[in-house]
Design a protein around this ligand. Structure first.
Ligand code: ADP
Length: 379
């Protein structure tokens, strides 16, 4: 006790003991350390004091006339207003089963008499710290929950907005394109070269915009309701994708080879979108005069399947490895490589929604490898 008293953060402590000399001793010890101390001499008073103004901590004697400490503790724990207050029992009882009983009725610690100041302070401070941390966590949790709700609301609103806008845009666009195509067909040969090229450009732009809207709808998930994941064999999914890409494959003389693929927990349509975007890109971003070679491989990596879609195309500079997964990011000109800059962000969104990861490795002028990892399915 010769050490200078430390400055403790103030705490409001209720001390319950039927012996005035114990009360005085604890009061002096604790007020001397900067705590606010309230004293009561029996269980009934303790319950009233705790309920009227809940303290940060209660030091509770066990052997008292009337309600004993265990009973008081049980009553405190049964009331919402007082149940969170930490209770440290004070007793001369040394019996282990008595101590265990203290924990059973909701006590958090135990101090044996005769009191040792440093032990009492350490135990009190320990409980007050836990209490402060619990309050902080609860407060932060509350804030997070509120933010989460806000985020969910604005996400829903945004998706609704995107869906309405996209659907409303689609209709007039479809008419625009259809009438431009009618002009091309019905007035064939009647336009001079300039007028014909204008109509061509209307059709091309309308087609591009249709694609953009379709990709946007896919990205925001507005075109399909969220589907429950199912065990999906990747092989037929890949076959369907290759059949959809048949024209591109033939036109570019591409070869696409694949390992035998596993089954994963996925939505088959979404999984198809991942393969479609990666293989489509592997063919689209080919080098001039080099027939695209696309290789799909899979290997086991711990609890994951590691898929790789590798090509021998133009490659991607290292500084753009992360950027390309962001929506609307395009590294290459539209005229040579038409696209919307949405495909990879769709892949990322889908793979991450399955708890997986996607990334790229590439050497400019040699080719690119897209990797994605999906959890293995365990029955
Ligand atoms: P899009 O192909 O419609 O532009 P993506 O989101 O699929 O959109 O791709 C984003 C950009 O990443 C592309 O514009 C292209 O610059 C680059 N990229 C994607 N895949 C490849 C690839 N296999 N080889 C080279 N560049 C690629």
């Amino acid at each position: 006790m010769d050490e200078p008293p430390e400055v403790y953060p103030k705490g409001d402590i209720l001390v319950v003991d039927d012996k005035p000399e114990n009360l005085r001793l604890l009061f002096d010890m604790l007020t001397g350390q900067g705590y606010d101390v309230r004293r009561v001499i029996n269980g009934k008073q303790a319950l009233t004091a705790a309920a009227s103004e809940p303290p940060d901590l209660i030091l509770l004697d066990i052997m008292m006339p009337g309600l004993n400490g265990y009973e008081v503790c049980q009553l405190l724990k049964s009331q919402p207003r007082t149940k969170e207050i930490p209770v440290i029992f004070l007793s001369a009882l040394k019996d282990v089963s008595e101590k265990v009983r203290g924990f059973d009725v909701g006590g958090v610690d135990y101090i044996s008499k005769p009191f040792e100041l440093r032990e009492i302070l350490a135990r009190i401070e320990n409980q007050l710290t836990i209490g402060r941390q619990r309050r902080q966590i609860a407060e932060q949790y509350g804030k997070l929950e509120e933010l989460n709700q806000k985020l969910l609301r604005s996400n829903r609103e945004l998706e609704q907005f995107a869906s309405v806008v996209s659907h409303d845009l689609q209709q007039p666009l479809t008419s625009l394109k259809a009438f431009a195509q009618l002009l091309q067909i019905e007035y064939e040969g009647q336009f001079d070269e300039k007028a014909a090229s204008y109509v061509d450009r209307i059709v091309t732009s309308a087609t591009r915009m249709q694609r953009l809207i379709r990709d946007l709808l896919t990205y925001c998930g507005c075109d399909t309701p969220p589907a429950p994941l199912q065990l999906t064999d990747c092989n037929p999914v890949l076959e369907q994708v290759l059949s959809d890409l048949r024209l591109e494959i033939e036109a570019t003389n591409a070869t696409v080879t694949s390992d035998l693929l596993p089954a994963v927990m996925a939505d088959p349509i979404q999984l198809g979108e991942v393969f479609q975007n990666l293989i489509g890109n592997a063919i689209k971003y080919r080098r001039d005069g080099v027939a695209p070679q696309v290789r799909i491989t899979v290997s086991e990596e711990g609890r994951h399947w590691l898929f790789c879609v590798a090509d021998n195309g133009i490659g991607i500079p290292e500084k753009s490895f992360d950027r390309i997964f962001k929506i609307f990011t395009r590294l290459h000109g539209f005229n040579k490589y038409p696209g919307t800059g949405i495909g990879l962000s769709i892949c990322k969104k889908i793979v991450e929604s399955y708890g997986g990861q996607i990334w790229v490795e590439s050497t400019v002028g040699l080719g690119t490898k897209f990797y994605f990892k999906l959890k293995k399915h365990h029955r």
